[in-house]
Design a protein around this ligand. Structure first.
Ligand SMILES: CC(C)(COP(=O)(O)OP(=O)(O)OC[C@H]1O[C@@H](n2cnc3c(N)ncnc32)[C@H](O)[C@@H]1OP(=O)(O)O)[C@@H](O)C(=O)NCCC(=O)NCCS
Length: 185
């Protein structure tokens, strides 16, 4: 059997699915003075790092190996986070493709000086690609949604995937058209 045939066979083999709950992760962190911006509240980049960390842990758990951030979109900051707040970053796989996964993340803050339930302060969607030892994309197990909420998130992730692909294709077409017209921009 040729290497090509072996690869094609491995490629079409079924990979058993994994339930969303098997990789769901929460990362918790207390905000300190070194996390602040000039206004004294927590810097958005600090939250984005935690979001990427939690989503990366989920992607690694789901895919059973290394995974890299391919894109991060719709990062929303809903409320300021303050020094002393205990931030919980909750992440789960919403959708899987052939080698990529969309991870949805919710960021909650437990206010250090209020006895109120945690407030949602942010959310984001990230796409991770599972990679092999050479950094090449490798297949991921299909994700199995378990609840109605999981199924809704899975359907919404497919809408975002369609939009991401359409946007990328439209931009590539525009660039090719401008290059053909002689623009060098
Ligand atoms: C992500 C990466 C592995 C994709 O490699 P590639 O050679 O373009 O491979 P492909 O085009 O086959 O893409 C692999 C998968 O990722 C998805 N993907 C690639 N770029 C994407 C993007 N910008 N947004 C969303 N999905 C993306 C593809 O749709 C594909 O998914 P599928 O197999 O489920 O259909 C590669 O671009 C890379 O290594 N990027 C750097 C990642 C990194 O270092 N991140 C940390 C930032 S410091």
């Amino acid at each position: 059997m040729t290497d090509q045939a072996t690869t094609a066979e491995a490629d079409s083999a079924e990979i058993p699915g994994k339930p969303i709950s098997a990789s769901r992760t929460t990362l918790s962190h207390i905000m300190t003075h070194s996390d602040t911006n000039l206004l004294g509240t927590v810097h958005g980049g600090v939250i984005m790092k935690l979001v990427d960390d939690a989503a990366g842990a989920v992607a690694g758990r789901h895919s059973g190996g290394p995974a890299v951030t391919a894109s991060m979109d719709e990062m929303a900051f809903l409320e300021p986070v303050r020094v002393g707040d205990l931030v919980h970053v909750k992440a789960q796989v919403n959708w899987t493709g052939r080698t990529s996964m969309e991870v949805g993340v919710r960021v909650l803050a437990e206010r250090w000086n209020e006895s109120t339930p945690p407030t949602q302060v942010g959310s984001a969607y990230l796409v991770f690609a599972a990679v092999d030892a050479d950094g090449k994309p490798r297949r991921v197990p299909p994700v199995i949604p378990e609840t109605d909420r999981d199924r809704r998130r899975n359907q919404e992730a497919q809408i975002r995937r369609t939009h991401r692909l359409a946007r990328r294709r439209a931009i590539m077409e525009l660039r090719a058209k401008r290059a053909a017209e002689g623009f060098d921009d």
